[in-house]
Design a protein around this ligand. Structure first.
Ligand SMILES: NC(=O)C1=CN([C@@H]2O[C@H](COP(=O)(O)OP(=O)(O)OC[C@H]3O[C@@H](n4cnc5c(N)ncnc54)[C@H](O)[C@@H]3O)[C@@H](O)[C@H]2O)[C@@H](O)CC1
Ligand SMILES: [K+]
Length: 518
């Protein structure tokens, strides 16, 4: 399920009162780390007899602080289970209690200052499992040269043969410095304690973290201080909005769509197809008459008359200005959310009155964001720079424009003007096809219209206000619907239809698939 990410200092601060009360936080962390380590060792063995902790070789890279403590206590447990544990002491000090526990359990320690570096290197190379306990949340950037040299030599020639687990965080994580990537820990797994650290969610650090596992050690974290939320497929079943028994079409939300043009009529069909498939009260198609005919052929339930809407989505397929302007005019005195895609991104920065006093969502891909930011910042921002750091640029764009930015790509990211981010898990690569973005904007529009209708018509129910975080989370759900539909199709026409199939499954789950007692 979704996981909130917190700045490291928020997690550290939450530990303080518990430590004061004597809570065994390190014991909990080390116990979980030992379990993940044992599972990683078992997963390595090809033959059944090899899938054991006993006899496997474990190497701990031990730093000077509590991060090493976690690693050493976990290693002690593995040693008690029969693993051959070696500890490479990288500093003139380490976590003494952890070191004593590991030694008592039979681990041997190698002091990097006292033995040739080649010995440490050999130990690393022969290990089935390496625990990176060099630095944790107390780490500053930049490791001493003797340590970066050891890591570089160990990694030279490609991926390391042993499984690497980073304890809490990969030590000295620095995504912004590709030059020194070869001198950094590249973990297969990161086992992080207390809460997901915000630095671990940046798409750029994936190659250093590997798969991230969050271990609950009983911290009481304040959700309001989260920096981001990572959303995964199962969130859909849990959080996709369902109609209530007293709902009617208006209370479920009305979406206005201005998409498609004489040049690109298909975008109008794709956007409305995914919009009606997303479980909404009504879709009003407000674009060109020639497109409207095609839309109605596919979806007789779409309304082409003007009228009130709960959200307006516009821009896919470059709709003509003669349809954009009146649609904006019609929402001028409302606070309904506005979604700007493709051609309508040109409205941003124009001081257009319709863009103030309401939530505005921008849905560019990297090329579109590059054009937008180059224009707004007055510097040349290339699409490749954006692709290299999607979260950083989405945050920058949100802060600069004051709008919520959903940056589409292999790792779609959503950023709010205050920096809060939502990161839905990546979808299938088959989503990279013409018209895919049009389908996404229909889903987004639908879900936002529903959210606005609920917020305004049901009064101030808890969690129903349409603040930036709620909108960002709604966008995250839209991306998850898009992902789920993407895994059933090979082109955007199928994709748009598959949205309806996915949502049908959410609204009318197969009772025979339920495991509830009958
Ligand atoms: N506080 C707690 O009770 C808990 C802490 N835990 C673990 O403890 C970690 C934090 O422990 P610490 O605060 O001791 O921090 P670290 O283990 O990151 O180590 C901090 C020490 O490393 C030195 N140092 C930092 N950056 C350096 C650098 N670039 N080069 C050389 N030396 C450097 C610092 O001077 C300090 O002595 C967490 O990441 C987690 O692994 C967990 O056991 C959970 C509970
Ligand atoms: K670490």
């Amino acid at each position: 399920m979704s996981e909130r990410a917190y700045p490291g200092e928020v997690i550290r601060a939450a530990e303080v009162p518990l430590l004061g009360a004597g809570a065994p936080l390190m014991e909990r962390a080390a116990t979980a780390l030992a379990l993940y380590s044992a599972a990683a060792l078992r997963a390595r063995g090809r033959a059944a007899r090899d899938r054991r902790v006993a006899g496997s070789r474990v190497c701990v890279l031990a730093g000077p602080g509590n991060n090493a403590g976690d690693a050493l206590f976990a290693a002690a447990s593995l040693a008690r289970g029969g693993a051959q544990v070696s500890i490479v002491l990288l500093f003139d000090r380490t976590h003494d209690e952890g070191l004593r526990a590991a030694r008592r359990a039979g681990a041997r320690a190698i002091d990097l200052a006292a033995v040739p570096a080649a010995d440490a290197l050999e130990t690393l190379r022969r290990a089935d499992l390496v625990l990176d306990g060099i630095l944790g949340t107390g780490g500053r950037r930049g490791l001493p040269a003797h340590i970066t040299g050891l890591i570089r030599d160990w990694r030279r020639g490609g991926p390391t043969p042993g499984t690497v687990i980073a304890v809490d965080v990969p030590s000295d994580l620095d995504p912004a410095d590709p030059e020194t990537a070869g001198e950094r820990i590249h973990a297969d797994h990161t086992v992080t304690f207390g809460g997901l650290k915000a630095e671990l969610i940046d798409p750029r650090v994936r190659r250093f973290t590997g798969r991230v596992h969050v271990v609950d050690i009983g911290l009481d974290l304040d959700a309001a201080r989260a920096a981001a939320e990572v959303m995964v497929g199962p969130d859909l079943a849990a959080d996709f909005p369902r109609p209530r028994a007293d709902d009617h079409k208006y209370s479920r939300g009305v979406l206005g769509v201005v998409a498609g043009s004489a040049t690109y009529p298909g975008a109008g069909v794709l956007t409305t197809t995914s919009a009606v498939g997303s479980g909404i009260g009504m879709v009003r198609y407000l674009g060109a008459a020639s497109v409207a005919d095609r839309v109605l052929t596919h979806h007789p339930e779409v309304v082409t008359a003007e009228g009130a809407v709960d959200a307006l989505v516009m821009g896919s397929g470059d709709p003509e200005d003669e349809f954009v302007a009146p649609a904006l005019e019609a929402i001028a005195d409302t606070d309904v959310p506005l979604v700007l895609d493709a051609g309508s991104l040109a409205l941003v920065g124009d001081d257009a009155a319709a863009l103030t006093g309401r939530p505005v969502v921008l849905t560019p891909h990297a090329g579109e964001l590059a054009r937008l930011l180059s224009r707004l910042l007055g510097e040349d921002v290339s699409a490749s720079r954006i692709t290299a750091d999607p979260l950083g640029w989405a945050r920058r764009a949100a802060s600069r424009t004051g709008h919520i930015v959903l940056l589409k790509g292999g790792s779609t990211v959503i950023a709010c003007p205050d920096g809060y981010a939502v990161l839905p898990e990546s979808g299938p690569p088959s989503l990279a096809t013409a018209g895919s973005g049009d389908v996404l904007s229909g889903i987004i529009g639908s879900l936002l219209a529903g959210a606005h209708a609920r917020a305004t018509r049901r009064g101030a129910e808890p969690g129903e206000s349409l603040d930036d975080r709620t909108i960002a989370r709604t966008l995250g759900l839209a991306v998850l619907v898009h992902n789920a539909a993407g895994s059933r199709c090979v082109n955007a026409g199928q994709l748009a239809t598959a949205v309806g199939d996915v949502v049908e499954g959410l609204l009318h789950p197969d009772p025979s698939a339920s495991d509830s007692p009958r």
